[in-house]
Design a protein around this ligand. Structure first.
Ligand code: NAI
Length: 456
């Protein structure tokens, strides 16, 4: 009998397994893939950011002459880039496997299915049953498609396939301009592909601050991405070597269509119905204070959880919350308010806390302060001084949220994570001095402006 049996070895599941050692809990972790790592490590965050980095290196070399460095025309060796991506993934998987072993987590290979609250049947070669005082379901999510676009892995693909393309597609249509759609649009256009990005709603990255989304959209368009928002695409028309994507009275012919319209929870066949846990449209309902489902002793974390962001780092945090509650009986809920969201496009877009719209919906009276990057010395030096910082502040109160578009936005957002998390007043945060010249100064300047006394 284990203290905890975890189904799923992605960020939610493996983090729960790793964190359990702090309390001396015995853990089994069931994984259906040949290795642990889940979406994030095998076919998500890590490989996607690797491709984005390849694109960054490519454009840095391409534009090197701007900085007085003659490097000639860069040539992309796609095969070598793919090989390095695989090497990075394999290295991280090896490290994670070693860490789980060192923490004495028993990794069991096969498909895990609940058979009542404390029992997990693992299929595959030689079915076995694991018993646990607690079970954590961390089975993650998989790409969704839309009618008229069935995945075939060649002409109509998901991000899973795109991360393993063996050669660069020359003409690509991307359906859905969320994080995945925008990241692929950014890297592909930078590597020289023709890119058409289609979004159903009226802005890219729906849910993000409209001004920030607009800034990102402008920069992607300027680099050559054709962006159509507020459009519905008709069913794909397959030709011998291409696909036609119709929209309105128009259409575009491409080599491949990448569908990035969201990810569906993988809860089918997991046996939740045998436990009393509530599943709504595939997502598992939990008490967010403890991550426990309606079935005592059955927990869920990560992309399968209803109503929380599908982000690896949210999965880590939920795993910590679940394990802490299992070990101590004391709820230690995740503070979802201050979880940053980063879209790793060029330039990056990052947000934390409430957008202006969300804050107003929540009933806050708010003031906003925005600052462009044009005059930020460090941004000018690196030739990337387009972008913005926007702060959302409760009237006579703390910083509620922020959006940043610009180089390293995904790094510098973290100082605003603390500001939002600690409910800092603008004048408290502005009292600290940023080093000069840094990109973070853009935030310092915005904070100063938010106090009513700007500097530059
Ligand atoms: P998403 O939900 O973020 O975006 C999907 C987009 O597709 C939305 O903008 C939606 O309006 C649009 N859409 C839906 N149906 C459509 C249609 N028929 N035609 C055109 N557009 C349509 O989902 P995405 O980008 O697939 O990512 C999945 C999950 O993974 C999200 O929760 C995302 O936040 C997360 N993720 C996060 C990343 C990051 O933090 N950097 C990177 C990649 C994924």
């Amino acid at each position: 009998m284990y203290d905890v049996v975890i189904i799923g070895g992605g960020p939610g599941g493996y983090a729960a397994g790793l964190y359990a050692h702090n309390f001396g809990l015995s853990v089994a972790l069931v994984e259906k893939d040949p290795t642990v790592g889940g979406t994030c490590l095998l076919r998500g965050c890590i490989p996607a950011k690797h491709w984005l980095h390849t694109a960054d290196v490519f454009t840095t070399v391409r534009d090197a002459a701007t900085f007085g460095v003659e490097a000639g025309e860069p040539v992309l060796d796609w095969e070598a880039a793919l090989a390095r991506k695989n090497e990075v993934v394999t290295g991280l998987v090896r490290g994670l496997t070693g860490l789980l072993k060192a923490r004495k987590v028993d990794v069991v290979s096969g498909f895990g299915r609940l058979d009542g609250p404390g029992k997990v049947v693992v299929g595959g070669e030689g079915e076995q049953t694991l018993e646990g005082r607690n079970v954590i379901v961390a089975t993650g999510s998989a790409p969704r498609s839309i009618p008229g676009y069935p995945f075939d892995g060649v002409r109509i693909v998901s991000s899973d396939d795109a991360l393993d393309w063996e050669q660069q597609p020359q003409r690509v249509a991307i359906i859905g301009a969320g994080a995945i759609g925008c990241e692929f649009a950014s890297l592909l256009v930078d590597l020289g592909s023709e890119v058409h990005l289609f979004e159903l709603l009226d802005q890219i990255v729906p849910g993000a601050d409209p001004a920030a989304a607009q800034e990102l959209s402008k920069q992607l368009s300027r680099r050559g991405v054709t962006i159509k928002t507020g459009v519905t695409v008709g069913a794909a028309e397959m030709k011998d070597d291409s696909v036609v994507v119709p929209y309105g009275d128009e259409s575009v012919e491409v080599d491949v269509v990448l569908v990035a319209v969201g990810r569906a929870p993988q809860t089918q066949g997991v046996g939740l119905e045998t436990t009393g846990a509530v599943v709504e449209r595939g997502f598992i309902e939990v008490d967010l204070a403890t991550m426990m489902t309606a079935a005592p002793g059955v927990f869920a974390v990560g992309d399968v959880v209803a109503g929380t962001p599908q982000l690896a780092h949210a999965g880590f945090a939920e795993a910590i919350a679940a394990i802490t509650f299992i070990a101590t009986g004391i709820p230690a809920p995740v503070d979802y308010r201050a979880i940053p969201l980063v879209v790793y496009t060029h330039p990056e877009m990052a947000e934390v806390g409430y957008t202006e719209e969300r804050a107003r919906e929540m009933g806050f009276e708010v003031e906003t302060t925005s600052h462009g990057l044009t005059g930020v010395g460090r941004a000018k030096i690196i030739g990337q001084n387009r972008g913005m910082v926007k702060l959302v502040v409760k009237k006579d109160g703390p910083i509620l949220g922020a959006s940043v578009v610009g180089p390293q936005a995904g790094e510098i957002i973290h100082e605003l994570m603390y500001a939002v998390g600690w409910e800092a007043l603008p004048e408290e945060a502005a009292a600290f001095i940023h080093a000069h010249p840094t990109l973070s100064e853009a935030i310092g300047e915005t904070l100063l402006t938010a106090t009513g006394r700007s500097l530059h």
